[in-house]
Design a binder for this molecule. Structure first.
Ligand SMILES: [Zn+2]
Length: 399
């Protein structure tokens, strides 16, 4: 089967023929010497294509059409076409061919290096891509893009110190604020340090993460985690509580941690009291508490269970499946049993469907991800506030 590359190169050879190049024009013959009826190189190239030897045809094309001012754009176009189509080896071959030209202008060399670096990046050859972008970041017209790509590479390699340096240089060059992104790099360092039980280092990274504006909410959460991991339950509770008091969406992450601490400290009565006070002030938070409790299996705490019951009674989609009202009106034992079942079903649904969604690109995931894997933005994920029935509804639609 001829591949798309075969057609692509065939098209190119035909174009060359149409332009008269294949008939000898680019051979730099003397004006008086008559051109042969058909250039032998051109025929060879076509022969490779007819035999579906795309690589040989490409090599032949590169030999035939030297890189010069007239043809360089064709080479670049061909290179980026191959890259876009995932034929990275061919893209690399073309860009290396451009770079090999001895009298290449500095600007074109930079363009070729930048293209080659992108080829390496797409091929997953991060070390090679990093070297080229680092070179381009030191004074070329691709400086800004090079630093942007370096940040992406260091993010992938979890080289957070290097990411911070690249981010800071990018800020200076581009004039746009990367405070949030850099704050996350510091949070990553803090989490690494905490995982190695180096809590003083972890705290100092968090301080740096929180010194900028806009402040990342991750800093507050990570500070709480560090306090809890270093057995400072009181500070951890204060920090997690602050997240909830500010009525931020991170209640989905903070509440399970708060419950865990109160359980281990034997102080659930205090939690009940705090939540009661909070709900009096912000009754609408009951839904968030319920959804978090359902997803994380937080049960046996009076105020939380009441939020879950309210949630089940008032969920518009759930009422299409079961008659929650009649469950509530039945006798205490049957009611408790039915509610446990519904709650277990909701829990299964909540853990089987995405709980978070990126507000920029819509990418959704079960776990909170600080950097969106799709659009690469930081801290753009938000939790859903209700259990999603999409999968069930799709199933019943297609049934
Ligand atoms: Zn996204």
């Amino acid at each position: 089967m001829p591949t798309e590359s075969t057609f692509l190169l065939a098209g190119l050879f035909l174009l060359l023929a149409a332009a008269g190049w294949a008939l000898g024009r680019f051979d730099e013959r003397d004006g008086d010497e008559p051109a042969p009826p058909l250039n032998i190189d051109y025929l060879k190239g076509l022969n490779f294509l007819l035999n579906e030897q795309t690589d040989q045809a490409l090599e032949h094309f590169l030999k035939m059409v030297r890189v010069d001012d007239k043809t360089i754009e064709t080479h670049f176009a061909l290179g980026s076409l191959f890259r876009r189509r995932g034929e990275i080896d061919r893209a690399i071959r073309i860009h290396q061919n451009i770079i090999a030209r001895p009298d290449l202008a500095a600007e074109q060399r930079d363009q070729a290096l930048f293209s080659l670096a992108k080829d390496y990046l797409k091929a997953g050859l991060l070390d090679r891509a990093e070297k080229m972008f680092a070179r381009l970041s030191q004074g070329s017209r691709y400086q800004v893009e090079a630093f942007e790509q370096l940040c992406r590479i260091y993010e992938q390699e979890h080289e957070w110190q290097k990411a911070i340096q690249a981010g800071q240089q990018l800020e200076t060059l581009s004039g746009k604020s990367l405070e949030l992104q850099i704050a996350h790099y510091y949070c990553e360092l803090a989490e690494q340090a905490a995982a190695n039980n180096d809590f003083p280092a972890a705290r100092s990274y968090i301080k740096k993460a929180q010194s900028g504006r806009p402040r990342t909410l991750r800093g507050a959460l990570t500070r709480g985690d560090i306090a809890w991991e270093s057995n400072d339950a009181k500070t951890a509770l204060r920090l997690y509580q602050r997240i909830i008091d500010e009525n931020t969406y991170l209640i989905t992450e903070a509440l399970p941690r708060i419950v865990e601490i109160h359980e281990s400290e034997g102080s659930l009565h205090k939690l009940e009291k705090n939540l009661e006070t909070m709900l009096r002030k912000n009754p609408e938070m009951g839904v968030d508490i319920a959804y978090t409790a359902i997803a994380n299996n937080l049960g046996g705490i009076g105020v939380i269970d009441r939020c879950v019951e309210d949630y089940m009674l008032n969920d518009p989609t759930l009422s299409q499946f079961i008659d929650v009202k009649s469950i509530m009106e039945s006798n205490t034992e049957a009611r408790a049993e039915a509610l446990v079942k519904v709650r277990a079903a909701l829990h299964n649904l909540a853990t089987a469907t995405p709980r978070y969604q990126c507000k920029e690109c819509g990418f959704s995931s079960q776990r909170l991800l600080w950097q969106c894997p799709s659009c690469k933005d930081w801290e753009t994920q938000r939790p859903h506030s209700r259990v999603r029935f999409d999968s069930v509804l799709q199933r019943s639609d297609s049934a």
